[in-house]
Write a protein that binds this ligand. Sequence first.
Ligand code: ADP
Ligand code: 5GP
Length: 211
Amino acid sequence: MSARKLSQGFAVIFSAPSGAGKSTVCRKLLQKNRNLRFSISCTTRAPRPGERDGKDYHFLSLEEFKRKIHRDEFLEWALVHDHYYGTPKRFFDDTLSDGGIVILAIDVQGAHSIRRKRPQTVTVFLLPPSWRSLRERLQGRRADAKEVVERRLANAKGELSQARYYDYLVVNDNLAEAVSQIEAVITAERLRVGRQDLSLDGLPDLAAGRR
Ligand code: ADP
Ligand code: 5GP
C-alpha cells in the first residue's frame, strides 16, 4: 500500500488483562509492519526466561527507576502487580514528531494518563475469548508462580471494567485474525485527515494536474 508520510505521527496503546496476548500481538504486528515502532517500557520486575534487556523492557533497579521519575523522563509510570512500569517520554515524542507510529503495551492506568497528556492517542483493548482461556494462557506461559497467576487473574476483573473507555475492542482468539483487525484500525487511523500533510507540496500529482 502506498502511504504518505504523516505530518504528525500517532500512538496506539494496547491494554488487556495479563495473559490475554498483548506481547504476542505486538510482536506479530512489528514483524509484519516494519513502519511501526515499539515503545520499550522501563520496569523494576525481573526478566522472564527469554526476555531481553533493551528489547522487551529496560530492566531497572528500583533506585534507577526512581531517578528517572525525578528527572521527569517518563510520559507516565505506574505500579502494576507490585512492580513499577514506565513509558519513556523522549522516544514517544521524538517518534511522533518524525511522523512515526508508536505502539505500546501498557496497563489501563498508563493508557488513561497518556490519553490525558497526548489526546490524539488511539486505544485498543484486547479481550481474551473466555475466562478459561485467560487462565490457561497465564498458566501455559509457565513464566509466573501460581500465586502470581492468581493475583493477575484477580486484577483482570478490574482491568476488564475499563474496556468501555477504549476506542476499539479486539478479541484475541485467533491470533492472525486479531492482528488483521488491528491492522485495519491502524490503516484507518493513518488516513485521518487531521494526521495528513495537506500542503500542495505533499500532493505532487494533484499539483501537476492543475497546471
Ligand atoms: P500478555 O502480554 O497480555 O501478558 P502474552 O502475549 O504473554 O500475554 O500471552 C500469554 C500466553 O498466551 C502466551 O503463552 C502466548 O503464547 C499465548 N497466546 C497469546 N495469544 C494467543 C492466541 N491468539 N491463541 C492462543 N494462545 C495465545
Ligand atoms: P508484564 O509484567 O506481564 O510484562 O506486564 C504487567 C502489566 O504492566 C501489563 O498490563 C503491561 O501492559 C503493563 N505495562 C508494561 N509496561 C508498562 C508501562 O510502561 N506503563 C504502564 N502503566 N504499564 C505497563
